[in-house]
Design a protein around this ligand. Structure first.
Ligand code: NAG
Length: 206
């Protein structure tokens, strides 16, 4: 990619999806969803991270995060969530990245400094491990993106891989635990955990 021809929003989106790929891998690793052998230790901006070694897992995380690039660049994505479900497809825990990319900024982005700022999220994720819930057996997980607006016709090809989800929602507003937030023009990111409220009706076992 010729960096001279891309906009600050394109630069930002590029740094962010690279970060997101690493962050999603780390979350899935921390949750212990797969055996530790499914991951290998890597360095990302001098932080030890865990990257999927299994090609299918690595490809899913890569294509889901990098597939968001055009939409993040245009400011169309409001949230990206890594959602863990129980065996009945009820969400147990959601890791939510809420983001905003300022579309007015015209001056180039200091990519190294943006990467450095995002790196702090990875460190915080490790520290937040005790706040996370243990997963019930037989569950699943997925990456979900929430669009601020529907993509235009030109983007429809890229958007095709994003299918509406049919998963169950919580009835009560979730409990929210903030993990980290940052603002580094033109990018704002908040990461928080969502858990079902204690008044959330429990499904009958059956
Ligand atoms: C977006 O960027 C412009 C130009 O740099 C700035 O004036 C404006 O305050 C920013 N908007 C927000 C919501 O941060």
């Amino acid at each position: 990619m010729d960096r001279r021809n891309i906009t600050p929003q394109g630069q930002t989106a590029h740094v962010f999806v690279e970060f997101l790929e690493v962050a999603v891998s780390c979350i899935v690793f921390l949750k212990g969803f797969y055996p530790a052998g499914a991951f290998e230790r890597r360095r990302y901006m001098n932080v030890v991270v865990h990257k999927a070694k299994h090609p299918q897992l690595g490809n899913y995380i890569h294509s889901a995060t990098f597939g968001l690039f055009p939409f993040i660049q245009k400011g169309l994505i409001e949230r990206v969530a890594v959602i863990f479900y129980d065996k009945d497809r009820v969400p147990v825990e959601r890791f939510v990245f809420k983001l905003a990319v300022n579309q007015s900024r015209a001056s180039p982005v200091e990519e190294k400094s943006l990467e450095f700022t995002l790196r702090a999220f990875l460190v915080k994720l490790e520290v937040a491990n005790p706040l996370m819930k243990s997963l019930p057996p037989g569950g699943s997980w997925e990456i979900t993106a929430y669009f601020r607006a529907l993509p235009e016709e030109n983007d429809a090809t890229d958007a095709r891989m994003w299918v509406p989800t049919d998963t169950k929602q919580w009835l009560q507003p979730p409990r929210i635990t903030p993990i980290k937030s940052m603002s580094s023009e033109p990018l704002k990111v908040q990461l928080y955990l969502e858990h079902p409220s204690s008044t959330e009706p429990k499904e009958q076992e059956g």
